[in-house]
Design a protein around this ligand. Structure first.
Ligand SMILES: NC(=O)c1ccc[n+]([C@@H]2O[C@H](COP(=O)([O-])OP(=O)(O)OC[C@H]3O[C@@H](n4cnc5c(N)ncnc54)[C@H](O)[C@@H]3O)[C@@H](O)[C@H]2O)c1
Length: 338
């Protein structure tokens, strides 16, 4: 298969592209190498992908239509997977414009591209953040998700809505998947696991927000990639409408469009997460307990029912296994061996 994947120098795009390349597919990876975090980490990810003959990198911004067209010409994709975005909940409070540019204009450019290219399947990365502070758990895709707490969540929800209208008008089968706190080797330096491990090993304090009362439905990267790959074969259509009792399919009545959570439905309390990191490192953290930050939500908790009904699969790698894999990678990255 021929894939165009945006965000391949990023954490998730790198792992997804690597898996597809290992399976013998052709992947064009599009990424703007933004300065949001250490560009050396992004370059290293792309260098690893470039070891495969099936990989072609295109460096460019989503906002640059000519650059996107060049990537499309090279890829002639059967599947487009759009992962590039300005991510991060907290940064969105200080720099909202980056989110509007990358996630609204950039994603709209991807929709326009798909309108022209008519791939078999367009897949878009959305987020658990769009559930806001919903109290009903687990979060099901059919739950109301109209009260975003940050511009990050608002831009992702907007992307879903724009994509529905394009799927209706231009008939490109489109899946928007909602990810839940993804972690693992080659992970993002702005996320808690990276920051905690880094600080603990340096003997520096870690900031624990919400006085440790928050919980997150962590998804290990291999589980996430498995979910994406399985869903990639299920382009939304009436032929695969889920009729299983107790599961609400989000397949639209008006468009080949569906939203799917990719999360395991096993939220972890923040303090258990910290203790797991301490155990794996064999070192205690200096804990700096702080109130909840602006824009944070108290919990995330995925219902994996729709994902399981569609693919027969749901994430199940434990936090202990996943944190250990991250720490092993982190040590080799720090020592220059990764
Ligand atoms: N990691 C998570 O826990 C998580 C959770 C929910 C949703 N998501 C979503 O999954 C996707 C991938 O996340 P990630 O963790 O790999 O993030 P990441 O920041 O590691 O990767 C995103 C990549 O997109 C690129 N990029 C950003 N803006 C761009 C632009 N305007 N033009 C071109 N390239 C641009 C960056 O250079 C980066 O390499 C994002 O859409 C994110 O919102 C991630």
């Amino acid at each position: 298969m021929r894939y165009l994947i945006t965000g391949t120098a990023g954490f998730i795009g790198f792992h997804l592209a690597k898996r597809l390349l290992d399976e013998g597919h052709f992947v064009v990876g599009f990424d703007g190498m933004t300065q949001y975090y250490d560009v050396a980490l992004k370059e290293k990810r792309h260098a690893i992908l470039a070891r495969s003959n099936g990989f072609k990198a295109q460096i460019g911004m989503l906002e640059d239509v000519d650059a996107l067209n060049r990537a499309a010409d090279l890829a002639e994709p059967e599947v487009i997977i759009h992962l590039a975005a300005q991510a991060g909940v907290r940064y969105s409070i200080d720099c909202p414009k980056d989110y509007v540019n990358s996630n609204l204009i950039g994603s709209w450019n991807i929709l326009e591209l798909a309108k022209t290219l008519q791939p078999k399947h367009l897949m878009l990365a959305s987020t658990s953040s769009i559930y806001g502070s919903n109290e009903k758990v687990p979060f099901a895709e059919s739950d109301r998700a109209d009260e975003p707490m940050t511009i990050y969540a608002a831009t992702k929800k907007s992307m879903e809505l724009m994509a529905h209208s394009y799927a209706h008008l231009h008939k490109v089968p489109t899946t928007a998947f909602r990810f839940f706190t993804v972690y693992g080797p080659w992970g993002r330096p702005d996320m808690a696991l990276f920051k905690f491990v880094d600080a603990i090993l340096k003997g520096e304090p870690i900031d624990i927000y919400g006085e440790g009362q928050m919980s997150r439905d962590f998804t290990y990267i291999d589980d996430l990639v498995e979910g994406i790959v399985r869903l990639s074969h299920i382009a939304p259509s009436e032929d695969n409408r889920v009729t299983e009792e107790g599961v609400t399919d989000t397949l639209s009545k008006h468009a080949p469009f569906r939203v799917v959570n990719i999360g395991g439905g096993q939220p972890v309390e923040l303090m258990r997460f910290v203790e797991t990191v301490e155990t794996v490192l064999g070192q205690k953290a200096i804990r700096n307990m702080l109130p909840m930050q602006q824009g944070d939500v108290p919990r995330t908790f995925a219902s994996p029912d729709l994902l399981r009904a569609l693919t027969g699969y749901a994430p199940d790698i434990t936090i202990e296994t996943g944190v250990a894999a991250f720490v092993e990678w982190y040590r080799s990255w720090q020592s220059g061996k990764a």
